[in-house]
Structure formats: C-alpha cells, structure tokens
Write a protein that binds this ligand. Sequence first.
Ligand code: G
Ligand code: G
Ligand code: MN
Ligand code: NA
Length: 253
Amino acid sequence: LTLGGELRRALELDEFRLLYQPLICLETGAATGVEALVRWSRPGRGYVRPAEFLPLAEENGLITDIGRWVLRAAGEQAARWRRTIPEMTLNVNVSGRQLTDPRFTGDVERTLAECGLPPAAVTLELTESVLMSDPRTAIACLGDLRDLGVGLAVDDFGTGYSSLSYLQRLPVDELKIDRTFISRAEPTVADLAVIRTVVELARTLKLRTVVEGVETEEQHRAMRELGCDYGQGYHLCRPLEPENIPAAFANPL
Ligand code: G
Ligand code: G
Ligand code: MN
Ligand code: NA
C-alpha cells in the first residue's frame, strides 16, 4: 500500500489521535485554552507527527476528511471539558485546502452545533503562508467564518512575508508569533525588538498575541514583560494526552 493508501485506511480504522497543548495566560500562569495537535497512531510505529503525513494529505485531498475528523473529535472533547471548565477555549489548525473548500464554513457550523460548542469558544488557526499566498481569496473565506462567530488566528506569524496592509484587512483575532523568534535560550536584543514590534502592531489592530516555543523561565518572563498575552511551549506545558488536561487547568504555573 502507498502512504496515501495507508492514510485513507488510517481514517477508516480510526488511527488518528489528538494531543492538546494548553495556551497559558502569561500574566496569571493559568491555562485558558488548548490547541489540538493531530497524530497518526500507526501500528508498530508509535505516534507519527503531522509533518510526516499532512503534506501528502494536502496533496491528495485527504486533508479535507482528516480535518473534518479533527474538528469533530476536538469539538466533542472540548464540549465535555467545558462542563467542568466552562471558559476553556479550543484552537484547531486548518489547512489552506480546507479553507478554500466552499463547504467549509457550513461544515464548521454544523459540526460545532452537533458538539454543542459555541463558535466563540473556537479559534481556527491558519498559517501566515496560506493567508498571504492568496490574500483576496483568504479575506473572502475568512469573512464567512467571522460571521459564524469563530475566532481566527494567524499561525506561524513572522515567518512569511505578511504585507501589513493585508494583515489589517484580514478579519483575524489572534497572532501566533512563530517560535523561531524566541528560539535562543536568551533572546537577543534584536529578537526582543521584533517581538515588541509585533505586540505593538497587534495592540494597534486589537489582536490577541500568543507566543510559541516558550522553553525557559527567562523567555516566559521576557514575553510577559513585553506584554504578550498568551504563551505556548515546553516550559509552560507540553502537548498532553486528553486525560491530563483537567490537571493542567487545575494547577496554574
Ligand atoms: O505537533 P507538531 O509540532 O508535530 O505539529 C507540526 C505542525 O502540524 C504544526 O505546524 C501544526 O500547525 C500542524 N498541525 C497539527 N495538527 C494539525 C491539524 O489537525 N491540522 C492541520 N492542518 N495542521 C496540524
Ligand atoms: O505550527 P504550530 O504552532 O501549529 O505547531 C505547534 C507545534 O509546536 C506542536 O506540535 C508542538 O509539538 C510544538 N511545540 C510546542 N511547544 C514547543 C516548544 O516549546 N518548542 C518546540 N521546539 N516545539 C514546540
Ligand atoms: Mn498551530
Ligand atoms: Na505555529
């Protein structure tokens, strides 16, 4: 069987799993939401990461079905958690191919309704490269989602060539600052200047900021002092199996 064939079988055999990485409020140290991260639990090979199968799924179109599965599974899980943690929010990654599928907004609306999850509790993440490769189409697709009431995030922000004029026109709520900007244990003056500029830009455009890849206490402190709203990263909390999420919310840093 080709890898493409195996992926199709993996969907039929229910071999995809989700890990959840908390988003931490940098001011309080409390978890406020989770990002769902897909894995392929491939028999005999453990968890296969998305980098090894999503590019092919994008190419052969299977990403549409995988994406539907992810939204439903994460939505059902988040609805269960929200019975005891009512304010918990859910971030879900969306590929470019899903975004431009004319059925996407309708699928999202129906799936969230069936899960009993209010759209405002969900943020869909789109990478900067997807949004900026065809900004006009992106703006049109995002408008329908915005009307539905879901949050929209620019993922991997800063890695692409974001035109600031397009950023201003994108109906988004959140910037996720790519982890390459704090990849050094001690961020340099230049790294901090970039992040400070992004945080100021986000404030001007009234967007939330999430900084990714927070791996040390020094980075956590520096990002808090720069006024970044939320963080994700191994120092704050690793991606977790779902059964470990309630404890992460019960125990702030
Ligand atoms: O979990 P990991 O670091 O291996 O994730 C690598 C990349 O895969 C990340 O950039 C993430 O955005 C992407 N990714 C994870 N889960 C999903 C998903 O459900 N759908 C899509 N489209 N991308 C995902
Ligand atoms: O591109 P996206 O932000 O969706 O990717 C998130 C991925 O980043 C997750 O799959 C997770 O495994 C990974 N990740 C989360 N925290 C850290 C971190 O502190 N350092 C590094 N290198 N990767 C991280
Ligand atoms: Mn993401
Ligand atoms: Na990212």
